[in-house]
Design a protein around this ligand. Sequence first.
Ligand code: HEC
Ligand code: HEC
Length: 210
Amino acid sequence: MKKSVLMALISCVGISMSAPLLAQSGDAERGQSISGVCMACHGPDGNSFNPEWPSLAGQSAQYTYQQLLDYKEGRRKDPLMTDQAKPLSDQDMRDLAAFYATQIPTPGMGMDPALLDLGRQVYLGGNSATGLTACSACHGPNGAGDRAAVYPAVGSQHAMYNIAQLEHYRDGTRITDTRNIMPGIAQKMSDEEIRAVAEYMAHILPRFPN
Ligand code: HEC
Ligand code: HEC
């Protein structure tokens, strides 16, 4: 008797532990079918044509879903994106995120190729003088990120967008990072290092499923 109660308890725990994982999976095909409204800014395949609008192709679904939720619930604010996220249901966000994760990234737009060498140095090696960690430690040597750890892909992203994000982490206006990793990193960076590393990230491929 006691044993069967215990078994029932164990199976309940098993179910409740697997439920959140199941709920995270999205339907990429449905995501594509509702992505028409996103296309104007993020491109039909998640590669955007405007350097101020981020590409989403090849990004981890978990990260994309989290960002959509952050816009919808007001933790991340943007005059263009907030209104886009508001009407989305939880399933819409999961499906859109699953769709963009399957798309192939194309090279991002840079701004100043003269900064590439400094950018490569910072991205792969950090800066020992200021204690800046190498970006590649989390975002991967080719910018693919780390899906298991939910470190986003940054390779082949437009430089102008990434400069804005690093500035937002540095001045505290982007508060989406619940682990509080990026604000401390950005605070150690000079304006030149930010521009340089963004230039480098725009040029590295693949920004790919890993
Ligand atoms: C009118 C242009 C526009 C439309 C339409 C639009 N977006 Fe965006 N999106 C933006 C801009 C601009 C940003 C960057 C905002 C910022 O700096 O936070 C952005 C950011 C994002 C991000 C964050 C990317 C990252 O790397 O952190 C995601 C995810 C996203 N959009 C998904 C979508 C989806 C899904 C749709 C369709 C439902 C959509 N967007 C429609 C302009 C748009
Ligand atoms: C210890 C791990 C770690 C290191 C090291 C790290 N990052 Fe990040 N980075 C993250 C995480 C986690 C996020 C997502 C935070 C969030 O949800 O806002 C992120 C987000 C970003 C974003 C925003 C991406 C987007 O699509 O909006 C950029 C840009 C970025 N990092 C650049 C860098 C650069 C440049 C460096 C090196 C100077 C660096 N990161 C080092 C963990 C790291």
